[in-house]
Design a protein around this ligand. Structure first.
Ligand code: AMP
Length: 372
């Protein structure tokens, strides 16, 4: 099948690299020069809302999907009128707005931190009454990797954050979580479902640094609760494709933080740690193939390469380390690759992650798995 992808970054690259062996061909729409997906796809070089670019992708594809949720609504509608656009544009719409997303979670009975919309200083009192302090003030749209959000510890700090970030905000209670987890779910065009084991995620400055999977200490009941919650979202959105939900674990309970209607950084470990990756299952889903039930033979980890490249040869020399580079120019704070780690047991994986970490320039202290 001919698959179109909006966006030509690393996610599109990995979708194509995993989809080509299944017999598919890829065309990506990407305005930035030299996109990472270019090695594995035909590139239509245009902006995501360029009418000619959209027409070219629609003509070159039997199904279209996305590597990011901030696809302009008009572009998604244009494509969906011409060919299957999956996940459905309604899922993008919800995921583009943190408030819509949290309201949907609430309607579905999925627990979240208390939240309140904020559009200006006049909303601060009401918001703080709901969230308490500290609160996290976030832009409702276009925030990613910790951008567009502020932790406010006093009413004055909330006001200052609102002044700085402008209108269209959401205030949330600051969650003193025990762990950050994510669940990756896949839904097929014919109704099949697949889930990956919960992943434990460690962020710094709002950017994912390291993931461990299956999440250390994961119990069957926590896994089935996460799958139940994800299933509610898949049902509500008539979802097709891979969906990620970021969760906080607090005292054994799960709170939903946000969702991504696409393959997700916290699922990159599945390229080496599962026998069917999130990328493969996303492509299977949107092209109408049966989903693969992923088998996860042992523990795995994923270390993001951010800002500066390690010596590729030195990484490759470490047994159990799997290097994935994205062909992106190094720049501070930019994700330019990741290293997956697999091994026979948790202690070995943890030791290997520590060796990999040593090779990352300026990485600081390693966020260790809780309990490995
Ligand atoms: P987000 O963009 O919502 O995924 O936030 C990025 C990161 O900021 C999360 O992965 C958490 O580490 C942290 N964070 C976001 N919201 C909250 C919250 N309500 N309470 C505590 N930490 C948060």
């Amino acid at each position: 099948m001919r698959v179109g992808v909006l966006g030509g970054g690393q996610l599109a690259r990995m979708l194509a690299l995993e989809g080509i062996p299944l017999g598919h061909r890829f065309t990506v729409l990407e305005g930035a020069p030299d996109p990472p997906a270019g090695v594995a796809s035909t590139v239509v070089a245009a902006a995501y809302d360029d009418p000619d670019g959209l027409a070219a992708v629609a003509a070159a594809a039997d199904v279209v999907t996305y590597e990011f949720e901030n696809v302009p609504a008009g572009s998604a509608a244009y494509l969906a009128a011409r060919l299957p656009a999956l996940p459905p544009p309604g899922a993008l719409q919800v995921a583009q707005d943190r408030l819509a997303e949290k309201r949907m979670f609430c309607e579905l009975g999925i627990p979240t931190a208390p939240f309140h919309p904020v559009d200006g200083p006049e909303d601060v009192d009401e918001a703080v009454a709901v969230t308490g302090l500290p609160a996290v003030i976030k832009t409702r749209r276009l925030g990613y990797d910790g951008k567009g959000q502020v932790v406010a510890r006093s009413r004055g700090e909330v006001e200052a954050a609102v002044e700085r970030l402008g209108a269209g905000l959401i205030a949330e209670s600051f969650v003193a979580f025990d762990k950050e987890l994510s669940v990756l779910a896949a839904a097929g065009r014919e109704g099949g479902r697949a889930f990956y084991p919960l992943t434990e995620n460690h962020h710094r400055e709002g950017i994912l640094r390291v993931s461990y999977a299956p999440a250390p200490g994961l119990t069957p009941s926590l896994q089935s609760e996460a799958e139940r919650l994800a299933g509610l979202v898949l049902d509500r959105l008539d979802y097709v494709g891979v969906l990620a939900i970021e969760l906080f674990e607090v005292g054994g309970r799960l709170l939903a933080n946000e969702m991504a209607p696409r393959v997700h950084n916290s699922g990159h470990w599945t390229l080496d740690g599962a026998d069917a990756s999130q990328f493969e299952n996303h492509i299977r889903a949107v092209t109408g193939m049966p989903l693969a039930t992923p088998r996860v033979p042992g523990p795995a980890a994923m270390v993001n390469i951010i800002g500066e490249l390690p010596d590729p040869g030195a990484v490759a020399a470490i047994p159990g380390a799997h290097l994935h580079l994205y062909d992106k120019a190094p720049r501070p704070g930019r994700k330019i690759g990741h290293i997956n780690v697999t091994g026979p047991d948790e202690a070995t994986v943890m030791r290997t992650v520590a060796r990999v970490w040593e090779l990352l320039p300026g990485a600081g202290e390693l966020p260790r798995a809780t309990g490995w």
